[in-house]
Design a protein. Structure first.
Lengths: 546, 147
């Protein structure tokens, strides 16, 4: 019956009911314990207020009477304190005793029923004590030692003994009351213990029975569910669960069935997808192989490009070195040409000076020639004179010969004259020869100088022409230098560019190798994918679907 | 005897000073048209026309070179029946005289019909000098025609 009921209530309410049941029993036992504790507390406070507290107060009153009052009297008797001092002490004790007595009476009234309490019998004793203290005060104010001594021995001492006995009997009464209370508490505790155990046993039984039914109701469903899941785990997705109750388990089983349906659909889709994936993977593998081949070709081509670029870079470097040499050579050439130009200008100046010098030499030579001509003229004149002298001497000799013996002396003179004339002629002949030599030398010198001057002129012309050409050369060389520099810069830039290309091709090469590597990895991945797809298909084939 | 030494184109000659009138410097003569080559021309000697003969041409060479020593020797040309004629002869190196005795002159031993010289002498320079024979060298006919 309980099971049938449990089936009709939802699991939540079942659990809540179970928990409330447990809470009810806990509350019950807790309340019982709390009540017991309250009783204990009340009885304890009663014991303290109406028994322990009065005992203490009675003891204090007794002490006040015994020590403060009686002692003061004794000390006066033994003249340890003055009378006044004793009066003062007794008065203070009287006040304290009054206060304590009032407190005691109020406590006794609280614990008992008005005047009908444990103190009512002995109230007269406290009143007597008050009167006794008044009497003591009156005796003390008399200042009479004999009277005081008599009072002390006949009245105070017996009173105090009686008071002590009666106080002790009161204290005994109070202790008996405490014992009575303790016995009452023990009885109550025994009852409480019984009630507690009963509650515990009943609660445990109820909790166990309710828990068992709850567990039964849930466990049945769980068993069915586990069975269904086991079937599903074996791959059979066709199994469905039946459950007609509209509770959480109903929702769970409905969800389970729905999930199985979805899973079935999914498996079917996965099968299709697996087939598609396998075929696609085959395609991808084929294209990856192609890509790999292409990548390898790329790598080879890039390597070739890198090699040629390196060659270009090396050639550019060589070219650059050569261009630097050319540059320095053109620089040297420019410098040399400038030097040459300067030298040519010097030569030109020298030549001009030489031309001038040759002109002056020619002038000097012409002067020399003139002088030689003059000498020749003089020699001619001398020659003429010698000739005429010779002629004269000849004629004189002939005339002397004609004169015969008379002309003999004259003939001797004529002969002497002729000899002189002949010597003169010979000398003039020598001079003439010399002058002729000088003249011919001068004329040949003039000719030579003329030729030299002509040569010099030609040389000057040539040098000027050469200088002009040299200027053109310098100009060309100076025009050439920036071009050479530009070429050098260009080649440098080219070399740099080739190096950069080389580096770039190196990077491309490494990138291509990386690409090839990734393609290889891709093909590996594809293989794995293929294996995974096959695994997937294999795994999916375990499932039985409609 | 005193001999005047001179040269023509074919050697050195000497002339007896007795025939010589005077030796004068060379003058440019006045040419005579149609005269033979060796007749250089006519000069004026102290108002008298004197024909000039070029001895160099006469010796078979070219005309005499015009040095200072080239002079005109004025000689008496002996004519057989008439008065002597004064003629001039152009000769080179007519600068020296040479004195020798008649005996020093030796005959060359060769007499040609129209020979130029007569006899040979030895000068003091061990030079063989021929004695110039004017009438032999210059024919009388020519001289006559010229006057």
């Amino acid at each position: 019956m309980a099971f049938q009921f449990a089936k009709k209530v939802s699991v939540r309410w079942r659990l809540l009911g179970f928990i409330f049941c447990l809470l009810f029993f806990i509350a019950l036992s807790g309340t019982g314990g709390l009540l017991g504790m309250r009783d204990t507390k009340l009885s304890l406070s009663m014991v303290y207020n109406s028994n322990v507290k009065p005992i203490e107060e009675m003891r204090q009153i007794k002490e006040l009477l015994m020590y403060d009052v009686s002692n003061s009297v004794e000390k006066v008797l033994y003249e340890q304190i003055t009378w006044g001092e004793a009066v003062k002490r007794v008065k203070a004790a009287t006040l304290k005793i009054d206060k304590k007595m009032n407190e005691l009476i109020s406590v006794a009234n609280e614990s008992g029923n008005g005047a009908d309490n444990w103190l009512s019998k002995d109230l007269s004793m406290f009143d007597n004590s008050k009167t006794m203290v008044m009497e003591v005060l009156a005796v003390l104010q008399e200042n009479d030692t004999a009277q005081l001594h008599g009072f002390f021995n006949q009245r105070l001492e017996p009173f105090l003994e009686d008071f002590d006995i009666r106080i002790n009997s009161l204290i005994s009464g109070r202790i008996a009351a405490v014992k009575k209370e303790y016995e009452r508490s023990e009885k109550r505790y025994a009852w409480s213990k019984g009630a507690f155990w009963a509650t515990i046993v009943v609660g445990a039984c109820v909790a166990l029975s309710v828990g068992f039914f709850l567990m039964q109701s849930i466990n049945d469903l769980l068993k069915r569910l586990t069975k269904a899941i086991n079937v599903m785990m074996k791959g059979d997705l066709t199994h469905k669960l039946d459950y007609d109750i509209d509770d959480e388990f109903g929702a769970l089983i409905e969800g389970f069935n729905q999930m199985t349906d979805y899973l079935e659909d999914l498996i079917v889709q996965i099968r299709h997808a697996g087939i598609q994936v396998t075929s696609s993977i085959t395609d991808i593998a084929a294209s990856t192989h192609q890509q790999e081949a292409t990548a390898n070709e790329h790598a080879i081509t890039v390597s070739e490009i890198a090699a040629s670029t390196n060659q270009i870079a090396a050639t550019s470097d060589n070219l650059m070195t050569t261009m630097k040499k050319v540059n320095s050579l053109t620089k040297n050439a420019a410098v040399a040409a400038e030097d040459g130009h300067a030298g040519l200008i010097n030569i030109d100046e020298t030549m001009v000076q030489m031309e001038k010098s040759t002109g002056s030499i020619v002038n000097k030579l012409s002067v020399l020639s003139e002088k030689a001509d003059d000498i020749a003229g003089v020699v001619k004149t001398i020659n003429k004179l010698a000739d005429q002298t010779n002629l004269l001497s000849l004629n004189a000799a002939i005339e002397a010969e004609k004169a015969g013996e008379y002309g003999m002396g004259f003939s001797v003179v004529a002969t002497e004259i002729r000899r002189l004339a002949d010597q003169t002629a010979v000398a003039t002949y020598d001079i003439e020869q010399m002058v002729q030599g000088v003249q011919s030398a001068v004329s040949s010198a003039v000719m030579g100088i003329d030729k030299f001057a002509k040569d010099v002129r030609v040389s000057v012309e040539n040098i000027r022409e050469g200088s002009g050409k040299m200027e053109v050369v310098i100009e060309r060389v100076q025009i050439l230098r920036p071009h050479v520099n530009t070429i050098s810069d260009g080649i440098e830039a080219q070399s740099l560019g080739a190096k950069q290309i080389s580096e770039a091709t190196g990077q491309i090469n490494s990138a291509a190798q990386q690409g090839a590597e990734s393609i290889r990895q891709v093909s590996l991945t594809i293989e794995r994918l293929q294996q995974a797809a096959q695994g997937l298909q294999k795994a999916v084939s375990k499932f039985t679907v409609e | 005897m005193l001999l005047l030494l001179f040269e023509t184109s074919d050697g050195r000659y000497a002339l007896d000073s007795k025939q010589i009138v005077e030796i004068i410097p060379y003058l440019v003569p006045k040419k005579i048209p149609g005269a033979p080559d060796y007749v250089a021309g006519i000069i004026n000697y102290r108002g008298e026309p004197v024909p000039l003969f070029d001895l160099c041409i006469l010796s078979g060479g070219t005309s005499c070179r015009h040095f200072y020593s080239t002079r005109i020797i004025l000689v008496h040309y002996p004519m057989s029946q008439e008065k002597d004629r004064l003629i001039g002869m152009i000769a080179e190196r007519a600068t020296d005289v040479f004195r020798c005795s008649e005996t020093d002159i030796r005959s060359s031993g060769i007499l040609l019909g129209k020979g130029s010289t007569s006899g040979a002498i030895k000068s003091d320079q061990d030079e063989l000098v021929q004695l110039y024979n004017v009438p032999r060298m210059i024919s009388t006919d020519v001289v006559r025609e010229l006057f």
